[in-house]
Design a protein around this ligand. Sequence first.
Ligand code: A3P
Length: 860
Amino acid sequence: MGCTRMTVSLIKWSLKRWFMIFCCLGLTSMTWMLYKLSSPSSRGHLDFVAQYTNPRLAVNRAPSTLPSGHKIDIDDNQPQPTVENKALLIHRSSRTYSSVTIALLYSRLKFDTVRYKGSSKAMFTKNSLQGQYSIIIIEDLLIYIDMRNEDKSLISEYCKVYKVGIIFFTLPQPRMNSIDYDFPLSFSSVERTVDKYIVNETEFADIARHGVGHDMNHIKDWVQFHPSKATHRTLAYGQTRDSHGIFSLVVLDLGLEDGVVKLFFGQKHSLWIHKILFLDALSFLTNGAMKMSKTRLIQIDIDDIFLGSSTGGTKMKAVDALELKNAQSVWREHYVPGFNFYLGFNGKSYKAGLEEEADGDVELIKQAGHFHWFDHTWAHVQAHKYNNLSKLVEQMELSKAFAKEHNITVSRTYSVAPHHSGVYPVHEQLYKAWRKVWGIQVTSTEEYPHLNPPWFLRGYAHLDIKVLPRQVCGLYTKNLNYSSYPKGPEALERNILGGALFDTVLYNYVNVYMTHQQNYGHDRLAIYTFNKLFELFTYATTLKLEGAPPEKLAEDYFGRYPEELQPLWLNPCDDPRHMEIWNEEKSCTKLPSLLVVGPQKTGSTALYTFLKLHPDIAANRDSPTSYEELQFFGSPNYNKGLDWYMQFFTDDSLINFEKSATYFDKDSAAKQMSSLLPKARIIVILLDPIARALSWYHHQRAHNNTAAISLTFSELVRGKNTSKSAQSLLSQMMKPGFYYDHIQRLRKYYSDSQIMYIDGEKLKSDPVRVMSDVQDFINVDTKIDYGNLLRFDKEKGFYCIVISNTKSKCLGSGKGRSKYYADVDSETKEHLERVFAVPNSYLKRLLIKLGVPIPSWIEP
Ligand code: A3P
């Protein structure tokens, strides 16, 4: 395809398109009439529609199987077994991401996978299928054919009891023709070219547009089904020009014979039309529980609008600028109402390059009012390279002045950083400069949490700026011409027709695409690509593509996924791309490799103090607000970001550690810790939870907590006072003591070899021994004898640090007060023993399993 062809006006393309649609519809409706006349199911179809749209069907399950007489008979008094809104995918492939898993992941649908490993291997037990799934997907029909009969029966039984349907994809192969199948449906593998693939069923097709013919000439093999009038419905069929006529390619088995509704696809999932139909199948078979909304918000950014190669010859010309405007208006009119190109400018490069390129820049400015503009920094600087805010502010002010001089209206709410630098990993100065100069509220990046795989891209918010995931569309600065597209033009075509770019529109509600100005000169690859993509989705689906301002995109995105507003800080050193855009002065080796997580009142300060005595181990600098504890994970401080956390660690030649006793029982802490510090070692201290509760109570009394002052320990524990402050205090006394639950959450994120459990009583009575074990656990190069550093202080009643032969330094007066506590009365004690009995027994069992010595305070 040459440049001239690519520059044909989009209006012409559009006229051609409407003409083609008109012809196709004519052909399709003729075919449809012929088909309806010849189809054995022409009457059954109406019955089917009436029955399958019955509103009494229980939500979240397959349409009820039809007893004979084709009547749905649901007894409203009979409780329907419930299922989770989750899919079960049975697959054969060892690939991590198959086409189906990508669809489920992108759509954020919950699912489990079971891998078929041959007919001799059992896949299920009765217990493994108990209402967890609202749909079963089998990636290849032959898996089911070859599966053990016991597994087939379990699946079938499950589907019948829970009224769950099955989706089968097929991989056509000769073996299919000789299979002794046990379905009430026959099928065969055929070598056949489909000239028109037509989605037939109006009630089934929701996202897929029914009645439109698609050329599938490139697929040579299909599985053809031979549906029977009474029990099957053809949902999509193929049409050939030759004498074979029409054949069924997607069939719904109503389950009249075996009680299970099944949907069969006569090809694999990755066929683009099947990707669309699969979404409809999920929605249909789960009675809408897995239905996707039809709106897709689209924004296309063009970064570096004036930036070109230093030798020239890469930038847009004046005619390209006009064609850009033209494309925008055609797309708005025909495919994407409200669509806008967002142009990112670097004023410094304005008019740089060859004469015709400078003319292109001038034309863009002339047409500026037709586009939306955002600041891409004056000199295209990478924010992470500048540690001072003023440099970034200065760059943004220059952009502002440029915009004023050229009369460009610039978005004050949206911006994109060159190279994604400073957005993620977060460079605080960029966020602050954005807020200060422009008041930016929304940006986008392809870096969170990682560039690949794209179906895991997510958004987050930081310092009041919402960061949207940004899609890569397969067009980079170097992609100028169709014929020289990497791996050939076919690769670009595949990208559009069912490939990675196609997936973004199909599965993402909000798409912000990254393109570059080079993609709009030369062959205008971006216009070609998106035009074809939009045309395909308009023709083949009922999706509503729409443009909207970035703030609306962000509102929609985070409205759907509010949990994403909270970011997850990852270790930049785990991703080479992140390292490229991380400030040189920041170093992962500074991050702590050891975390003492508490819980509070178990001796965590003593352990912290003793660890600091080791010459190779360093603690964080004190925080001005929470002193030695940074309380980063699981706490509001987490929102201050990685730069805030890292400032407390200064020496990366030592083993840095941090002690925050709040980490142990905070729900989100373990996940956040393991995301940033996956290799860290964790120390947990376990003290009798009753002693811990008492210590916390006295600690709060010492801090004048009103509930602690006005109520006795027994009154609180026995729930005598239901005031908010009493309940809150009681929760702090009790909750951390349910050790088993908190440890299990920790174990989800850290391996057992990374966690050390210290008996809090031993830490009091024999810290020298404990510190020896701790050094072994951390694997320090130089092991020291704490016997020379610690000595029991009779007056304090605890071990203290040796200062001289006669002097020692003990922990402050707020630590080690227990000898002054009044005894807990026996009734309260018994009550607490009963409360902690079960969790303690679980803990004991776990410690035995882990080979950890059982603390003396746990009942034998
Ligand atoms: P009490 O003050 O109730 O006796 P944390 O530092 O986690 O808040 O724990 C405080 C508890 O540490 C103290 O509770 C005390 O029992 C215990 N502890 C253990 N070793 C200690 C030591 N060497 N000096 C002081 N307290 C110690």
